[in-house]
Write a protein that binds this ligand. Structure first.
Ligand SMILES: *Cc1c(COP(=O)(O)O)cnc(C)c1O
Length: 395
């Protein structure tokens, strides 16, 4: 089991479906903000686990909780009760709007559950869901249809009927799109994959008001923004607008695969017995990691730390912006930062990687950072120095 990156890549070429664009490096292990490749190179990871690894790689308290759990019980299906899932639901509910949870294994599945709940809850004949351009909700047929980006639809048609797309930030457009068949509005409080787009002032509250006026469910996709990413438990708290339904995944278990949908108490009976299920959803291993994640955030004060980290990163980037013409905008909050360029950003991902710093570029021109919220300041600055130098060189 000690193959080189080249040997591992050869395995993929032969046996793994090539549906991803991969960097030509095989990663083998990690610790906190660092990850290592098969050749022993150390990288500073500003995008750990595609934003799932909230505390970087293999955080000790989560690993410990998992070790204890895998010895006791790996999996029991949802035909039984298990303490871990119940406690996890309680912890999530107490930190959000006091609702009930359904557990699954990914963000797409959490959104599928929310879409089903919306259709099951609303009266017969109401089935349409309004979503937004530049959104990202997942890759299953329903969630890819909810994702209003043409590039993800090509060749998959016919898509699932019942989705209406509006412009993110355009309240009048949303109001005009609501008709007698509309059941819900689904939105990311901050669009992640679409470019770290902050909602314009009053937009989320405006959606809340429209939902109240027309009897629609407001669904927040917090798969990327949830569980501390914005310096609050959930982004809806950062904006002060409470949804009826919220979906979580990515950071929820510090990198262990899991997802959840939370809904208000009164909606829970609509996902009635037998209408939805997930074999692995809420399994004891995921639940233990989920519980440990919540405890870690509280024990180490990571919500405040995330906020401070974001301020530090943005302050540095705003300095760069003064001197570098290629920078169009600096935005985001806490552990979710976007640096919009006037030019294509892929080459900077490449040059940072060559200098052993891992970042992401989304939507063509937006450098996106989702660093571990416990990244030490000196490591943070070391990585930002590399990004700054790369941008300078490319400008
Ligand atoms: C990543 C993401 C998803 C999809 O999650 P998967 O676990 O890949 O299915 C859905 N919504 C948002 C906002 C995301 O960032």
């Amino acid at each position: 089991m000690a193959r080189s990156s080249q040997e591992i890549i050869a395995l993929f070429d032969k046996y793994v479906i090539p549906n991803y664009t991969r960097y030509p490096v095989a990663l083998t292990h990690g610790e906190g903000p660092f990850v290592y490749d098969a050749e022993g190179n150390r990288y500073i990871d500003f995008f750990p686990g595609w934003g799932c690894n909230m505390f970087g790689h293999s955080p000790k308290p989560v690993v410990k909780a998992l070790e204890g759990q895998v010895e006791r019980l790996l999996h029991v299906p949802n035909s039984w009760y298990m303490e871990e899932q119940g406690v996890w639901a309680e912890l999530l509910s107490e930190r959000s709007f006091g609702g009930k949870a359904f557990f699954c294994n990914s963000g797409a599945e959490a959104n599928e559950a929310a879409i089903k709940l919306a259709r099951l809850h609303t009266p017969k004949g109401k089935y349409k869901i309004i979503t937004f351009y530049n959104s990202f909700h997942g890759r299953t047929m329903a969630t890819v249809t909810a994702t209003a980006q043409e590039k993800y639809h090509q060749g998959l048609e016919p898509l699932l009927p019942g989705f209406t797309y509006c412009k993110f930030g355009d309240l009048a457009g949303v109001e005009a799109a609501i008709d007698d068949e509309t059941a819900a509005i689904m939105v990311e409080p901050i669009q992640g994959e679409g470019g770290v787009n902050m909602p314009p002032d009053g937009f989320l509250q405006g959606l809340r008001d429209l939902c109240d006026k027309h009897g629609l469910l407001l669904i927040f996709d917090e798969v990327q923004t949830g569980c501390g990413r914005t310096g609050r438990w959930f982004a809806y708290q950062y904006f002060g607008v409470t949804p009826d339904v919220m979906t979580l995944a990515k950071t929820i278990c510090s990198g262990v695969a899991a997802g959840a949908m939370l809904c208000k108490q009164e909606l829970a009976p609509s996902l009635r017995r037998g209408m939805h299920a997930s074999t692995f959803g809420g399994n004891p291993v995921a639940a233990s990691a989920g519980i440990a994640t919540i405890k870690m955030v509280e024990e180490f004060g990571y919500l405040d730390m995330a906020t401070k980290m974001g301020e530090h990163i943005k302050a540095r980037m705003n300095e760069w912006k003064k001197r570098m013409d290629i920078i169009a905008d600096v935005r985001g909050v806490a552990g979710m930062i976007g640096l919009e360029l006037k030019i294509d950003g892929a080459c900077f991902v490449q040059s940072c990687m060559e200098n052993k710093v891992l970042i992401n570029c989304t939507h063509g021109k937006v450098i996106r950072l989702l660093p571990a919220v416990n990244t030490p300041l000196d490591v943070l600055d070391e990585g930002l120095d590399v990004l700054e130098a790369a941008l300078k060189k490319g400008a």
